[in-house]
Design a protein around this ligand. Sequence first.
Ligand SMILES: [Zn+2]
Length: 139
Amino acid sequence: MAINAVDEPDAELDGLTRLAALFKSLGDPHRLVIVKHLFCGEHRVTDLVAHLGLAQSTVSSHVATLRDAGLLASHAHGRAMYYTLAHPKQIRRLILLADTLVGDGGQYAGQCGEPDVEHCDEPDDDQIRGTGNAARAER
Ligand SMILES: [Zn+2]
């Protein structure tokens, strides 16, 4: 069936626009790093700022982009907002599939880690690389 046989092209475009927004939200290395951390558990923007070393406003903007695409869920605890992945299994599958397309063979998979990895309290470079939490810094 030809694509131009669709009766409501506007409706089709609306659907594709939402899909495009989802891909666009993942189309930034920093946002992929944010998603990677969220695979490990919930984070505040403050945690992500420490992980990425970017300005808070920049990280907030990245988080808003992911949230607006429907990828994030959030809940408030006191004055802090905690973010998690809205559909972690599906997002993980999507990213792993894309990872195979770029031919690096699990580049992202090796860094995602498993759920419930406690690495977020004292973020450092090792934790960002997903090498575990052996080198926790004292605060
Ligand atoms: Zn983290």
